[in-house]
Ligand binder design. Sequence first.
Ligand SMILES: [Mg+2]
Length: 384
Amino acid sequence: MDQGVTIDRLEIRIYRAPTAEPLVTSFGAFRDRPAVVVKATDRDGAVGWGETWCNFPTIAAEHRARLLETAIGPLVLGKAFVNPQAAYAELTRRGRILAIQAGEPGPVGAAIAGIDIALWDLVARRAGQPLWRVLGGAGEGVVPAYASGINPSGAGETAAAARAAGHRAFKLKIGFGRERDLANLRDVRAAIGAENRLMVDANQAYDLATAIQVAAEIAPFDLTWFEEPMLADTPLPEWERLAAESPVALAAGENLCDPALYQAAAQSGAFRFMQPDMCKWGGFSGLLPVVRVFRAAQVTYCPHYLAGGLGMIASAHLLKAAGGDDGFLEFDINPNPLREGLATPFPRVAGGRVTLPSGPGLGVQPDEAEVRPYLTASAEVRRA
Ligand SMILES: [Mg+2]
């Protein structure tokens, strides 16, 4: 299959949807839900869609979009690449000096990831094949998923609604004080039943001593994982110590964003689950090799994702392409018109599983009329 790509034009769009009720984490609340979308068009008019991470602080959206428009996007225009990996390698090489000079490896990495996703969507769409198949996935286009973003307020009711909607695995936010966290765990476990999976996410809330204590307190709730109990850059020996003490398996990875860090974390044995965010770093090209390292280390890949629908569906494709039948797709259950609106036809969850769209590429695209009310800015860069 021809994977060559020459990009003529990039459109960068910022969407921002209001939230009726903020999504709450231990580090802060999301008062609106942004998304930065990348649309790539090649010299023959073929199109691909991508998404760049910007979810918190939500003001990140404008900065990522400007980086794409002025610094990173122009690096890819008009060049004939043999495949999207070659474009990714070139962007990574040339983006490195910008990242160092600006002191911004995170924003630069996220901008590159959005372009990479769009390029892969484009080549698969042009070939008329679902992207996960192009990337080597086999079998049925189905992945396990879990209901994510269960707020500390009304957690039991939220979990019950998610169960009724077809979920069979659930992740609760913790880090809001012992009494509240344990009460929420009791409510959620009661709402989902003993047979379903429950995970918790502390969003880097604790130091080592506190994390050890919390792990013991939450263990009776039969948890699949304890996510980001400590700061993501905590030295590995501390993670190893926590893993040795914790009755609950550890998960992390949404804040590592570097192949060497992923490799070291996976090989440390401290983590049972690793959760890179493909829109934050790596896209398909950067993460597929990383996910192979996870498999070799017997660490389960579970994509991190909490933004618009394009990135979520891209994450499902990467999970499937990586052979991740044991991993779980993060499925944000909070109302967000940029999830369904940016990715139609949006797949439903049934029996805890999501069936990937059968169309070519990502199999979804924005419903322009649906998301237009949330469009706050757009820019276009063309080949000179
Ligand atoms: Mg998390």
